[in-house]
Design a binder for this molecule. Structure first.
Ligand code: PLP
Length: 390
């Protein structure tokens, strides 16, 4: 090949841990004419994005905006703004993203108390109480949807723990926002961040974030400036608020894309969207079990948006995933940490949560298993039975 031909990405069925399928109208929005970040037109779009974000977060929080950066920038923004050197943070660590939160909090100078648990199980409120040993905490932090394990963490019991410890409750909602109810106000979550490329079905690049009045007050009470100038919400909010003061150039076209992705969420309606995620997940689980595969997480703690399935003994992880990608164009994820080589991660997030994708994934997996001398029965009837019942 000579020179640099224009980019021409292969069509893919995105069923990994993110990014998820991006609807054509979102891709079109990304390509609309760029205007200035202080243009009247863009400021109006920004306000609408704020309103649409409040809708999907299910909150009235004034401090609700998209951070420039991916989900991890949202995590860093929340922790850098709420933690000062010497503050104590109690953090649930039972997967990659809890581990990352703890690392970011330590880098903010906090004293981190980790609440550890099995990868593949939810944490109990008692685990948090025991780890705290009665010490006061600035923050209690949990991952709502652990994308590395497929665990759904119940939040209500942890809110109670945070109340007992006098702490703000911080939640990672990267793989839940737009796929299952985050309900920021009803659950009294204080600081929540997410990402665009999971259940919101926008390309990666922005991190929706919301702060309760209590979290905003804690930010206002800081004794020290926020260590990160770029993520300092006392500065960022002066652009997103009524002042419209330049801080950094908003990523205009990404915000167009997010606007369209959130508009699609609004049009579908939250309840319908959550129901759709549950339906396709149930069909996928039935099909995987029909293939003779074991799901890692017990049904009561299982995420609809990300399913972890054990790789059968003797089946090579990478060979199987390569066959899926090369012969079916289907992307699924491999395991992380202790699950590397032992589990697959199948995402049904946002626009990817769809019956054709469930069927394609099940058929592709059956072929990949057969190619490694692991013949399995047709999984489609089991999935169909779920759809028939739904
Ligand atoms: C993907 C993910 C992140 C990190 O988001 P990036 O967009 O990769 O920076 C954080 N937390 C959870 C639960 C995630 O799934």
């Amino acid at each position: 090949m000579t020179g640099f031909p224009p980019i021409d990405p292969p069509p893919r069925v995105l069923l990994g841990p993110g990014p998820s399928a991006v609807p054509a109208s979102v891709l079109r929005a990304l390509g609309l004419p760029t205007v200035g970040h202080l243009d009247r037109y863009f400021l109006e779009i920004g306000d609408q994005v704020g309103a649409l974000l409040r809708e999907v977060f299910e909150t009235k929080n004034e401090l609700t905006l998209p951070i420039s950066g991916t989900g991890s920038a949202g995590m860093e923004a929340v922790l850098a703004n709420l933690l000062e050197p010497g503050d104590r943070a109690l953090i649930g660590v039972h997967g990659v993203f809890g581990t990352r939160m703890a690392e970011v909090a330590r880098r903010c100078g906090a004293e981190v108390v980790e609440v550890t648990g099995d990868w593949g199980r939810a944490l109990a409120a008692e685990d948090f109480r025991k780890a705290a040993q009665g010490r006061g905490m600035k923050l209690v932090c949990a991952v709502h949807a652990e994308t590395s394990t497929g665990v759904l963490q119940p939040l209500e019991p942890l809110r109670e723990v945070a109340d007992e410890l006098g702490a703000l409750f911080v939640v990672d909602a990267v793989t839940s926002l737009g796929g299952l109810s985050v309900a920021v106000d009803a659950r009294r979550l204080d600081a929540v961040y997410s990402g665009t490329q999971k259940c919101l079905s926008c390309p990666p690049g922005l991190a929706p974030l919301t702060f309760s009045p209590a979290a905003a007050a804690a930010l206002a009470r800081r004794r020290t400036p926020v260590q990160s100038w770029y993520l300092d919400l006392t500065l960022v909010t002066r652009y997103w608020g009524s002042e419209r003061l330049y801080h950094h150039t908003a990523p205009i076209n990404m915000i167009y894309g997010l606007h369209e992705a959130l508009r699609l969420v609004h049009e579908e309606g939250l309840e319908a969207r959550f129901r759709r995620h549950r339906l396709h997940a149930a069909a996928l689980w039935a099909g995987l079990e029909a293939l003779g595969l074991a799901l890692l997480v017990p049904a009561a703690e299982r995420l609809p948006t990300l399913t972890t399935v054990r790789i059968p003994e003797g089946v090579d992880d990478l060979k199987a995933r390569n066959l899926l990608l090369d012969e079916f164009g289907v992307e699924i994820g491999g395991g992380l940490g202790p699950l590397k080589g032992k589990a697959w991660r199948i995402g049904l997030m946002g626009a990817s949560a769809d019956r054709r994708n469930v069927n394609a994934c099940l058929c592709a997996l059956r072929a990949a298993l057969a190619a490694q001398r692991y013949p399995a029965p047709d999984p489609i009837p089991a999935a169909d039975a779920v759809y028939g019942a739904g």
